[in-house]
Design a protein around this ligand. Structure first.
Ligand code: HEM
Length: 509
């Protein structure tokens, strides 16, 4: 990759986040305000105590009104910070404890029992809950905010884009996209050795994959500036919800407006093409044309705002989580040369078999099934660095868990990170060990894709994207990390910021 390209990618990423300084400034202001609000909070806490019909979980609501919000937002900036925050709480209060986030009581549930309780009771005792800043960023019609029957109807409508038949259809396009991506960003023919920051480059691939799937858009400068808006949008998900100029949340809301404006142009143009009967063969198969022309099971087409909110949701879901998972997989492989060697064996044997059968080397679904070890490596990465660190639900009635009373309207938190590092769930949880996946995990301990009624819709698509990418990477490159002890940041998904050193190789069958 040439220096200009590297520099422009670096500045592209550097301009995007200011969070720590903002948080310190807010922290000071908030401490002053908190003292004034102490009395109000004390009476609120006693309200919760008297209202509950039993013993509340142990824990503390922290500072008045803001609770632990600031500490939490600071802690989740890094992988280690987040785990330390949790471990401190668990050591003090035990695995089920209460705390307060944005002025609301939250109960952290223990794995696996608490997670089972959380995922099996959705729609009965619980419903989904998103912190206040997420609600305005997602938009009212996004699937992630829908409840009950509306959620089920929309989920069934969107599911048809992610079933096995659809995934098999997408494989050819994803494969083509990966090959183009490598020739543009990785395999510089004049240099056999080069360096890059995986997450930065991979986001361009995953974003163009999902834009292609949704709206038949190809990688290029237009897509890069669209991606920039998404990154600003995504920074708002886990920041403090302060809508004032200069703050992350303000920038994220502005980014949402630009994203909707850009989406609006694409949707209008496609509507015109549909009306005039001149949709291209390629665009006929994409999700946008389907959403505009195929009614749901009640015979209704989605409203415009539902189309915008759900396109936005799928665009975000489809690039940031997968970019993180892939970039972190590459990091762990770079740290563990023996894992790389085993991957080479697996992918070489797939190519050898295809050659023996007289087939070309283009991947088909059966080849993906043969990538067992590759999937184990990805699963192990998702265990250590789950892109989504926690999920929240809201109690819709008073309920009880392990003898603790949990009042109506409290929030329950499934702490994905914590469960993946729990000694009762995984042996030697700190060790990167892909072969642990020879055995299935204990139910409700491995939750990178969530669970229950809201399990990730895109699992199979993400799995395909990641397997295809690693296949092409291992065929072309050998690499090592520049700093094996690098701090992994969460922004909001886990990623590293330092380069990996790559040597081009050519795997022959
Ligand atoms: C490694 C990649 C991915 C991870 C780790 C991931 C993780 C998750 C998690 C944890 C949830 C559950 C949220 C909850 O329970 O509140 C979720 C939901 C969802 N994901 Fe993914 N996701 C990934 C990739 C994708 C992709 C590629 C798509 C589609 C293009 C996608 C589409 C969705 C949708 C539509 C939902 C909402 C489901 C609902 O509310 O019914 N995800 N994802």
């Amino acid at each position: 990759m040439d220096t200009t390209r590297k520099d422009s990618l670096a500045s592209f990423w550097n301009g995007l986040s200011l969070k720590s300084s903002e948080v310190i400034y807010i922290y000071m202001s908030v401490i002053i305000a908190a003292t004034i609000l102490w009395l109000a909070w004390t009476s609120a806490s006693s309200y919760f105590r008297t209202r509950a019909r039993g013993q509340l979980p142990p824990g503390s609501f922290g500072f008045p009104i803001i609770g632990d919000t600031v500490q939490f937002v600071l802690a989740i900036g890094s992988d280690v910070g987040y785990r330390k925050w949790l471990q401190k709480k668990i050591a003090k209060y035990g695995p089920v404890f209460k705390w307060s986030f944005q002025g609301m009581p939250v109960v952290v549930m223990d794995p696996p029992g608490g997670h089972k309780f959380l995922f099996q009771n959705e729609g009965k005792l619980l419903e989904t809950y998103s912190p206040v800043q997420m609600v305005s960023l997602w938009g009212d019609d996004s699937i992630v905010l829908q409840l009950g029957e509306r959620h089920k109807l929309l989920r069934r409508h969107l599911s048809r884009f992610f079933d096995h038949a659809s995934i098999s259809r997408y494989l050819e396009g994803v494969n083509r996209n990966v090959v183009q991506h490598f020739s543009r960003h990785w395999a510089d023919k004049e240099e056999s050795e080069f360096e890059l920051v995986p997450f930065d480059v991979i986001s361009l691939y995953t974003f163009s994959d999902i834009c292609n799937l949704l709206m038949s858009l190809d990688e290029g400068p237009e897509l890069e500036s669209f991606l920039k808006e998404f990154l600003k949008w995504q920074n708002g998900l886990l920041c403090l919800p302060i809508n004032l100029p200069g703050f992350t949340y303000y920038k994220a809301l502005k980014a949402r407006k630009s994203i909707l404006r850009i989406l609006g142009e694409y949707v209008k143009q496609r509507k015109r093409e549909v009306a005039e009967g001149r949709v291209s063969e390629r665009a006929k198969l994409d999700i946008l044309t389907n959403l505009l022309t195929v009614p749901n099971e009640n015979g209704n087409l989605l409203s415009d705002s539902s189309i915008y909110d759900n396109l936005l949701m799928l665009l975000v879901a489809g690039f940031s989580t997968t970019s993180s998972a892939l970039a972190m997989t590459i990091f762990y492989i770079g740290k563990n040369p023996e894992v790389y060697e085993q991957l080479v064996k697996e992918h070489k044997s797939i190519l050898d078999r295809k050659r023996e059968e007289g087939k070309d080397d283009v991947l088909i679904m059966d080849d993906l099934s043969a990538m067992r070890y590759t999937w184990q490596v990805i699963q192990e990465t998702l265990r250590l660095q789950p892109p989504v660190g926690a999920l929240f639900r809201r109690t819709t009635m008073d309920c009880e868990y392990k003898g603790y009373a949990i009042p109506k309207d409290w929030k329950l938190m499934c702490n994905i990170v914590n469960s993946h590092y729990d000694l009762n769930c995984f042996n030697e949880p700190m060790t990167f060990n892909p072969s642990r996946w020879e055995q299935p995990p204990i139910p409700f301990t491995f939750m990178p894709f969530g669970g229950g009624q809201r399990t990730c819709l895109g699992i199979e698509f993400a799995k395909m994207q990641m397997l295809v990418f690693i296949h092409h990477l291992v065929r072309r490159c050998r690499w090592s990390v520049t700093d094996p002890n690098e701090t992994i940041i969460r922004d909001p998904v886990p990623r590293t910021q330092k380069t990996i050193k790559i040597t081009s190789v050519a795997m022959s069958a």
